[in-house]
Design a protein around this ligand. Structure first.
Ligand code: MLT
Length: 331
């Protein structure tokens, strides 16, 4: 539930001489960081261990974070001065929302800013995967000219299933249509007007099973929740076409990575493009496979997106600390 206009419990106020303390634990745009340093006491510690985070968070009034940390009840118990958690992006699956609510901490995210970047990146990854561009590049770096191994798939006329038709999914659908692909969409539930809109745009709403069976490309754009955890596992991978590709730009936990590894090595599916892993900054056997292309969660890493996020962070944090309303407030 959004509570945009609700003041923060135990609001700090903007009393003269008070410099609020900000803790930044994930990358944000340098311009925003510069402004924050002018206005607040800022501590930057990229992706601290849970122990370090517990120590650092004691002092903070505001935490700025992305996907690089987990904010669980244990961490929040140490956050005795914390008033605001600013999620510099959209996903809040790594925050214990209930524990934050119980402690009266306001949380907001910035859900719109990454839409274009993530959708464009999805297509970059998809083309790279189906045309084996990353594999070719890896070979060329070793002066290997293996043209016959690099036969790819044309996207035109193929079917893509967009799983999760929110902001990013809808944008991916539009780009796919630009490549003359047929677009299927899978949504959990949708309002009648949304269905009409999808129909008008030539996007066919199908159930998950049908999407798995019909699509040449499955592209995941759902948040990680208890309902979407391991959404793609052995059964789903077996239901996919043998030559199909999987693109995961959503969250690592949406895919059973062991099952995916089996499907990729047994030839059950043709390949996977992965920007998100269940555990980040850790080795995954998936990265060893030639039919996998992997990136370190960079879908939203463009200057445009990060700038927009920075502006929203500045506005919302200043408003929140002054007792005003916070845009995109989650709790
Ligand atoms: C998000 O949820 O906005 C994305 O995962 C981007 C990110 O935080 O890196």
């Amino acid at each position: 539930m959004r509570q945009d206009a609700q003041p923060i419990a135990g609001e700090l106020g903007s009393s003269a001489g008070v410099r609020h303390r900000l803790l930044v634990v994930d990358p944000i745009h340098e311009t925003a960081l510069r402004h924050f340093r002018e206005m607040y006491d800022v501590v930057v510690h990229m992706q601290p261990s849970p122990e370090a985070l517990r120590r650092l968070i004691c002092e903070a009034n505001v935490l700025i974070m992305r996907s690089g940390v987990t904010i669980d009840a244990d961490i929040l118990a140490a956050a005795t001065s914390l008033k605001i958690i600013a999620r510099a992006g959209s996903g809040v699956d790594n925050i214990d929302l209930e524990a934050a609510r119980n402690r009266g901490i306001a949380i907001f995210n910035v859900p719109d800013a990454g839409t274009v970047s993530v959708a464009e990146f999805t297509f970059g990854m998809l083309i790279c995967l189906v045309r084996k561009i990353a594999l070719a590049d890896r070979q060329m770096h070793r002066n290997l000219w293996k043209k016959t191994e690099l036969l790819g798939m044309e996207l035109s006329g193929k079917t893509i299933a967009v799983v999760g038709y929110g902001r990013i999914g809808a944008r991916v659908a539009t780009i796919a249509q630009g490549f003359a692909m047929h677009v299927l969409a899978v949504v959990e539930r949708t309002a009648p007007e949304r269905r009409i809109e999808m129909e008008r745009r030539g996007v066919a709403l199908v159930d998950f099973r049908e999407a798995l069976e019909r699509a040449d490309v499955i592209s995941l754009h759902v948040p990680l929740t208890e309902r979407t955890r391991n959404l793609i596992g052995t059964t789903e991978l077996q239901a996919m076409k043998r030559g199909a590709f999987l693109v995961n730009m959503a969250r690592g936990g949406v895919v059973d990575e062991a099952a995916l590894h089996r499907a990729l090595t047994s030839g059950e599916i043709a390949g996977a493009a992965i920007d998100v892993f269940r555990v980040e900054r850790q080795y995954s056997a998936l990265m060893e496979l030639d039919n996998v292309i992997a990136t370190p969660h960079i879908g939203a890493m463009t200057d445009a997106t990060q700038k927009k996020i920075g502006v929203q962070l500045l506005e919302n944090i200043a408003a929140g600390l002054a007792g005003g309303s916070i845009a995109n407030r989650i709790i």
